[in-house]
Design a protein around this ligand. Structure first.
Ligand SMILES: *[C@@H]1O[C@H](CO)[C@@H](O)[C@H](O)[C@H]1NC(C)=O
Ligand SMILES: *[C@@H]1O[C@H](CO)[C@@H](O)[C@H](O)[C@H]1NC(C)=O
Ligand SMILES: *[C@@H]1O[C@H](CO)[C@@H](O)[C@H](O)[C@H]1NC(C)=O
Ligand SMILES: *[C@@H]1O[C@H](CO)[C@@H](O)[C@H](O)[C@H]1NC(C)=O
Ligand SMILES: CC(=O)N[C@H]1CO[C@H](CO)[C@@H](O)[C@@H]1O
Length: 446
């Protein structure tokens, strides 16, 4: 009789003029434009049955779902959120043929631990993939193969110790790669090969002690690199010379040794015009608590000079002249100790988006142009996607200026909630209405 009264309420909802999908799973809210099924926070232990096959958005976060199997969802899905469940197994073919899928959020499933190599194969339109806090200790070979549209990849707060060479090889469109809070200890020459569009690489809170001289060689558009809270004793300036677009670098909380080993980094820091953190020395004994950036040439007596790298030389020698646009680099004009940052237009980027971020000079142009729907999914106010460090205030950017596909920002949660609240309150109104009729019907019939 519960079911029949539910049916009655549904009927009344239709009478009330609310669009209602007849095949909505129990305890879920369904609505159209875009067709959405919202089953969040209901202690579901498995994916509920009866999700309409035409659903474009499916919200299943904050349940206790254990397994994802082939057939649970239809290949019409565009957005699928199943974060904060207890998924331990994903059948490899669960998402096969999902050529429309743009956002897949599997984050915060702490017992997931492993994924099959082909889990994401064929997701040609995937734009954002969330795998943070999933207990992953390794990634199979080729797991990201073919994801040429991927722009956001969240892998932070797992137990990753090692990244195979060329893991990210196909991700020519990737803009954000979050790897902080893992157990990485080395970055090899081909760890990041192929990431030609990468803008932001977060590697803080790992155990990195080894960075290959060429580890960053393909990252010609990288603006933000976080390496703080790692185990770096030294880092060659040559590593950083391969990053022509770099603007923000965080190196604090590493056991830097400020002896001759630090000379090439010191020289690089002198040349660099972007923003850097402190670089606190932890050795040798007489240097402890000094900031490498504050040291003078005389603090490096008896060190053999580092060989200037021709590429970096060319870059820094052209500072006050014309900027070679192929360098894709913010030009810098110094004048009497004060530095004015001049950003030339960047080929291949929105022209409106070249303004430096949060330099304390009023509103950036990017705030003017950015469509709200276009805001980057990871830096919205304190939402599930905001995993930047407390140290990362400088790089907070509300609106990402790369062209986007139609992925919805996490405000979708809000939307879903709002819609849910709306339909629930309508439901209440109509139920009250129904109750009134029911209690009076005897009276009427008498
Ligand atoms: C989640 O799954 C793991 C592994 O199956 C299990 O040990 C744990 O109790 C589950 N947690 C919850 C909250 O259901
Ligand atoms: C890459 O991203 C751009 C927008 O940034 C988009 O136009 C393009 O279709 C994406 N995919 C590929 C394969 O380049
Ligand atoms: C550094 O990272 C570790 C985890 O890797 C964390 O426990 C620690 O609090 C972090 N330290 C700082 C200063 O952020
Ligand atoms: C430096 O500037 C000169 C003259 O503008 C230009 O020909 C040269 O290509 C620039 N070098 C680099 C590496 O940008
Ligand atoms: C403020 C600003 O620079 N607006 C420009 C943004 O980009 C478009 C097209 O690229 C220009 O027409 C606007 O003038």
């Amino acid at each position: 009789s519960l079911q029949s009264s539910a049916d009655g309420i549904r009927f009344l909802l239709v009478l009330c003029g609310l669009e209602f999908s007849w095949s909505c799973p129990r305890h879920c809210i369904c609505y159209t434009a875009p067709t959405t099924v919202s089953c969040q926070a209901h202690n579901f232990l498995s994916v509920p049955e009866g999700i309409p096959p035409d659903s474009e958005r499916i919200f299943l976060q904050n349940n206790k779902i254990h397994r994802l199997l082939r057939g649970h969802f239809s290949s019409n899905t565009v957005t699928l959120w199943i974060y904060s469940n207890n998924i331990t197994y994903i059948e490899p073919s669960t998402f096969h043929g999902f050529t429309l899928l743009e956002e897949l959020d599997l984050g915060d499933n702490r017992h997931l631990r492993s994924l099959a190599e082909d889990t994401f194969h064929g997701l040609n339109r995937l734009n954002a993939l969330h795998l943070y806090r999933c207990g992953l200790s390794s990634l199979p070979n080729n797991i990201f193969q073919g994801l040429r549209n991927l722009q956001y990849l969240y892998l932070q707060d797992n137990h990753l110790k090692f990244l195979q060479d060329d893991t990210f090889m196909d991700l020519h469109n990737l803009s954000h790669l979050f790897l902080h809070g893992n157990r990485l200890w080395s970055l090899n020459q081909n760890t990041f090969r192929g990431l030609r569009a990468l803008d932001r690489l977060l590697l803080h809170q790992n155990q990195i002690e080894w960075v290959d001289r060429l580890a960053f060689h393909d990252l010609k558009r990288l603006t933000t690199l976080y390496l703080f809270n790692n185990s770096l004793i030294q880092l060659s300036g040559q590593c950083l010379d391969t990053l022509p677009a770099l603007e923000y670098l965080r190196l604090n909380d590493n056991p830097w040794s400020c002896d001759c080993k630090a000379l090439s980094l010191w020289e690089w820091l002198k040349r660099f015009r972007g923003s850097t953190s402190s670089v606190g020395c932890q050795a040798p004994a007489d240097m402890i608590d000094n900031d490498l950036k504050e040291l003078r040439k005389e603090d490096f007596p008896n060190c053999s000079p580092t060989v200037p790298n021709s590429e970096s030389r060319a870059q820094t020698n052209n500072v006050s002249g014309t900027v070679n646009p192929s360098l894709n680099h913010g030009g810098v004009v110094g004048s009497g100790g004060q530095t004015h940052i001049v950003h030339p237009s960047r080929p291949g980027r929105s022209r409106n988006c070249t303004k430096p971020r949060n330099r304390g000079k009023g509103k950036g142009d990017n705030e003017v142009m950015a469509d709200k729907e276009d805001s980057s999914p990871d830096f919205t106010d304190g939402g599930k996607h905001d995993h930047t460090s407390p140290d990362g205030t400088v790089t907070r950017r509300k609106h990402k200026c790369t062209a986007r596909t139609t992925v919805r920002p996490p405000s979708g949660v809000q939307q879903a909630n709002n819609r849910a609240t709306l339909s629930q309150s309508l439901l209440h109104v109509c139920a009250l209405f129904a109750a009134l009729i029911m209690t009076n019907i005897d009276f009427i019939l008498r």
